[in-house]
Design a protein around this ligand. Sequence first.
Ligand SMILES: Nc1ncnc2c1ncn2[C@@H]1O[C@H](COP(=O)(O)OP(=O)(O)OP(=O)(O)O)[C@@H](O)[C@H]1O
Ligand SMILES: [Mg+2]
Length: 394
Amino acid sequence: MTAREAVRSGANGEAFYAAIVEQIAHPIFVKDREYRWVVLNRAACELFGHKREELIGKSDFDFFPATEAEGFRASDRRVFGNAETVIIEEESITRPDGSVRKLATTKAPLFDETGAITHVVGIIHDITPIKLTEAALRVSNEALEASVEARTNELRDMQEALVRRERLAVLGQLAGGLAHQIRNPLAAMANAVAVLRRRLKKVLQGDLEAAQAIAIVDEEIWEANRIITDLIDFARVRPPTRKRVKVKALIDAALAHAKSELAFPVTVRGDSYLDVLVDERQCRDALANLVRNAFEAMGEEGSLTITCRDEGAFVVLAFVDTGPGIVESVRRRLFEPLNTSKPLGLGLGLATARSLVRNQGGDLVALPAVGGAHFEVSLPRDPSGTEDFPIVTG
Ligand SMILES: Nc1ncnc2c1ncn2[C@@H]1O[C@H](COP(=O)(O)OP(=O)(O)OP(=O)(O)O)[C@@H](O)[C@H]1O
Ligand SMILES: [Mg+2]
């Protein structure tokens, strides 16, 4: 009798129940006390990947990897041994094509009229799709958490930057005003030293200590003036007074300005006779800051190479030094003011240099370098090309 005939013939009867078991979509099996299959519905045969006649009378060890079969056998034994229903929340089964399914299985004992357990009946729930969904959900959850964390960090950084900027704006104004005030007495002091040096020329020739003292005063006035120039440059960048100038002239001015006694080799390479249209003084101050930083990083041991190249609308100056490179602690906020690794540094050099260069319509960036530091300054070309008189704008 086919399953369909059994159902049509009405309720009751073995065939009717067999038809129900056969039609249930979940895999169902019955094993005897020798752990051999005696009943398997269609879903079970499909899951196991074998025909019913191949499976009947055989056990798990005939079809599945030993580790899996041992697990199935252990739970069967618990059913027979303890006369209890066993729920296996998750187990794996490897099918003949090598695919692995995740199963949740319930096994229960079948008793005969004397109360002895004769069989174990199992019903399987294939939870592979649920497990896959769970895994996908876990992955997307993790991605979500990561992106929330990244966004939170970003917001915190932005807030910190905002607070810094506000503080700096106030500080900048104050410092800018103050610097202007200090510059005048400094200029007077420099003049006075020049007068003294002239008047005491003869005395100084014979008195080395006095001559050194005068030199120190000169030097320190110069240093104070440099700090003040940086402060003023940073606090209020004026509109540029543009002029056509060769990058060579800018580099020479910067090297001279950086510090008269900087004693380390500087090589200028590439096409340094290209013209740019910039504010000379502002560019000189910006480049001088890069030269000074290179010197401070290396001392007299290292060397600096400045390579000029034509990039269409811009001339790019690459500053590459042989020093130790930029330390990790300042790298993240390299161009932010007050970011320094030097005990006596203000941390204004790069911030000032960048704002000066951007003021020309150019840019200043730091590039990754293998040893040493690598900065690149781009300055706008002179678009007018051939004219040979200076153009003054702004
Ligand atoms: N060529 C370089 N090699 C290694 N580190 C550098 C170099 N240039 C800049 N740095 C790092 O960047 C930091 C910031 O430089 P920046 O010129 O802005 O400030 P500073 O030199 O510390 O102080 P200031 O220029 O105001 O006297 C430096 O303290 C240093 O750690
Ligand atoms: Mg500096």
